[in-house]
Design a protein around this ligand. Structure first.
Ligand code: PEP
Ligand code: MG
Length: 752
């Protein structure tokens, strides 16, 4: 680059900056700059990505890219990541053919066929990447590349000097990448889930080691006082002999190695309860290893001391739900359905779960309630009441977001609300495609709390009532009467609308704390669903009695059996159902045998369907488990979550096989797994001729909007194309291109 052109670039940039300076905020200034650069270079897109503390790149301004949610390119990913890593310009045609290509979801980037990225380097530090893209499949001419690089050099300096606000300061914000559990974006105060004992303490990190050290000093003093008082009481009532037994606790508490162990954990950045838990388990294990039986038994003392410390800590610092009516983000290692139920749902805005995956039941519930959730984050540093953003679309969580990110998220939340209101206006219209194909949209339910929202969102019935949920939120089995009341109440709300009750599906990730479940190596392949129930038949008999009594006189109530994998299992269930029916009739109760179907979710049942034509009234495909078993991927594991995609060709081909079979058998078929609310999947399912979908109620308006905007024929064409693909991403990309061509990109696009 010659001195002259560098100067003219500088002059150009000075002009751009002078006019940008008129904008009020730094964001607006940077936006102005990228717009001016794209005009100068005659390109369709100019985008600025800034490096974040974890080396990911955040899109802070763009002319040309659709940017309706924060775009963060993970470290070392994509062409943009390569530019940063190599500190070198990449100027290519057809970027989507490049092995390093990273598609920014819903950005409509696919329409651009050239890419030129230059690093922003200032004082040997790459602080971002500037990208130009064009619709034409042509390289950016070399003189334009030179001008672009020079502009980037000046911009790098400008940003480093004046635009600190655009960077997320590492000490301020903490960004964590997990897996999306339920889509949507939420902002609120962290409410860390209550733990009941030492064993449940969560592995939380802290940035404020000093505060944890001070907490330890006062906790230790308080514990020492209590131990002395207890000793005095025992001494005065039971005598010195017994009181001296309590000395052991005080001695342990004074022990320097115990204290040091706690301080070491704190120094590594862990919060005090976790540090205590670790120190207790370390010394307890040490005692247990000792040969001397007296010393071996001392592990109990250290565990009791740990419990006492934790009790005092809870008393003095137990997180209460932050006061006021600000939205709350429920945070925890494992979150249970009861955690959700115990919180006023009008304040619950989001869920952050350190473990779990996209199809953990907690994610399924979050979807049902329309609450954004991120799962499988691993270790997170968060304090009670800290401000947290849950980005369920990107699977990200930001604790203490920087001001600029906060503004951006607030804008997105308000835009989405406008879209939701818009969709809600059509909620009572039927889901009919443009070529008049009627699709029935039902809601998945389980909590009584989601019955009314379901109706409000326009559910035409309940396609899956997870009867295990009322069992999970109790501390003992509900009686026959209790169950009858629950089922009756649901039927009364949905009057003449269809309801599909699924019999208890417990086990694996849905244990019931009060029922004996055996610890298994592979619980998802083990004693769960119908397998557990057939070994514990009184549970099924009570449930069927309650169900038939509640359903008496309602013609639209169906019974659905989960996890059926063999003819023997199906026959056994049907025999029990007939027996219960006879029993009730013999008791003089007016009941009729309900319509019965199965969930198609264990692959082995697919080949058996033709044999069962006379036994079944319908089938409903549980795509969550069906995908889990077809792909051999644990739906709860964050480790393999990235591979789990129900758009995998193996799943799509199998769904086509099932729906074709059902058509030939004249057997009604529906889908009730999460696929029924995935816009791309829904089009493919329509293409297969599936006309009944059951989903999280909050998704109904969006799916209805999509269905009302397309034709069955178009869906069939997309399916034909999808069947030619050999990977899930290609299928998703095809689907998103189709949605984009119809201006139907969900979440991001306002309906026209
Ligand atoms: C499924 O497996 O797809 C399903 C709907 O059931 P659950 O998610 O409750 O296992
Ligand atoms: Mg299932």
């Amino acid at each position: 680059m010659s001195q002259n052109s560098s100067e003219s670039a500088f002059t150009k940039l000075t002009q751009i900056i002078q006019s940008a300076a008129k904008a009020n905020t730094i964001e607006a200034q940077v936006q102005h700059i990228v717009e001016a650069i794209s005009e100068t270079l005659l390109v369709d897109v100019c985008s600025l990505y800034l490096r974040q503390p974890d080396d990911s790149l955040r899109l802070v301004a763009s002319r040309g890219l659709i940017r309706n949610h924060p775009v963060v390119i993970p470290s070392k990913q994509g062409l943009v990541g390569q530019v940063m890593q190599q500190q070198n310009t990449i100027n290519i045609k057809d970027p989507d053919q490049h092995p390093g290509y990273f598609y920014v979801a819903n950005s409509e980037e696919e329409q651009f066929h050239s890419f030129c990225g230059v690093p922003l380097v200032y004082r040997a530090q790459v602080n971002g990447v500037l990208v130009a893209q064009s619709r034409r499949a042509e390289l950016l001419p070399s003189d334009h590349v030179a001008l672009f690089s020079t502009l980037a050099t000046h911009l790098a300096m400008l940003i480093a000097t004046y635009s600190k606000d655009l960077f997320v300061s590492p000490s301020e914000a903490k960004l964590y990448q997990g897996i999306s559990g339920a889509q949507g974006v939420a902002l609120g105060k962290a409410f860390i889930r209550k733990e009941s004992g030492l064993a449940e303490i969560q592995k939380l990190k802290t940035d404020d080691v000093g505060t944890e050290q001070t907490r330890w000093v006062s906790l230790k003093a308080e514990a020492m006082n209590e131990l002395r008082e207890e000793r005095d009481t025992v001494c005065s009532t039971l005598g010195e002999g017994l009181a001296s037994v309590l000395d052991a606790y005080q001695m342990l508490l004074k022990d320097a190695t115990f204290e040091q162990r706690i301080m070491d954990e704190v120094a590594q950045g862990y919060q005090l309860p976790w540090a205590i838990r670790q120190a207790v388990s370390f010394f307890s294990d040490k005692f247990k290893e000792m040969d001397d039986p007296y010393l071996r038994a001392r592990h109990e003392d250290i565990e009791q001391l740990g419990a006492k410390l934790y009790q005092i800590w809870q008393r003095t610092s137990e997180p209460q739900a932050p006061a006021g009516n600000e939205p709350l983000i429920l945070v925890g290692d494992q979150i249970s359905v009861s955690d959700i139920v115990n919180l006023a749902t009008d304040r619950l805005a989001g869920i952050v779960c350190f473990g779990g995956g996209s199809l953990s039941h907690i994610a399924v519930f979050a979807n049902a309630l329309g609450i954004p959730a991120v799962m499988g984050l691993g270790e997170v540093s968060v304090q009670n009441s800290e401000q947290v953003v849950v980005d369920g679309d990107a699977g990200q969580v930001i604790c203490s977001p920087a001001k600029s990110a906060l503004r951006e998220y607030k804008r997105i939340i308000s835009e989405r609300q406008t879209l939701a209101n818009r969709l809600q206006a059509d909620s009572q219209l039927p889901a009919v495609t443009k070529d008049n194909v009627r699709v029935t949209l039902l809601a998945n339910s389980g909590l009584q709390a989601d019955v009314l929202p379901g109706l409000r969102f326009g559910a035409e019935g309940i396609g899956l009532f997870r009867t295990e949920v009322p069992f999970m939120v109790r501390s003992s089995l509900p009686s026959e009467d209790d169950q009858e009341k629950i089922y009756r109440s649901l039927i009364s709300h949905y009057k003449d609308k269809p309801i599909y009750f699924r019999t208890l599906d417990i086990g694996a990730d849905k244990p019931l704390s009060y029922l004996p479940l055996v610890k298994e190596e592979n619980p998802a392949l083990g004693w769960r669903g119908i397998r557990y129930i057939l070994d514990n038949q009184p549970l099924l008999i009570t449930q069927l009695r309650a169900f038939m009594k509640a359903a008496a006189g309602s013609r639209h109530v169906h019974l659905m059996l989960p996890m059926i994998a063999s003819t023997e299992q199906l026959d056994q269930c049907l025999a029990i159902l007939n027996e219960v029916h006879h029993q009730l009739v013999a008791e003089g109760v007016q009941v009729c045998r309900p319509k019965v179907g199965i969930m198609v979710e264990v692959p082995s049942c697919i080949a058996l369907l033709p044999f069962w034509r006379d036994k079944l009234d319908f089938i409903s495909i549980g795509t969550n488990d069906l995908s889990q078993y077809l792909l051999a991927l644990d739906r709860n594991s964050p480790l393999v979550g990235k591979w789990y995609d129900s758009l995998h060709p193996a799943v799509i081909h199998e769904l086509l096989r099932i729906s074709t079979m059902a058509k030939q058998m004249n057997l009604p078929v529906s889908v009730c797994g999460e696929m029924a609310s995935d816009p791309v999947a829904v089009i493919l399912l329509l293409g297969m001729g599936i006309q009944q979908l059951s989903m999280s109620a909050a998704k109904i308006p969006l799916i209805k909007w999509i269905l009302r905007s397309i034709t069955r024929e178009q869906a069939g064409e997309l399916l034909a194309e999808a069947l030619q693909q050999d990977n899930a991403s290609a299928i998703r990309q095809l689907g998103q291109q189709f949605l984009a061509s119809k201006q139907l990109l969900f979440n991001e696009t306002t309906p026209k």
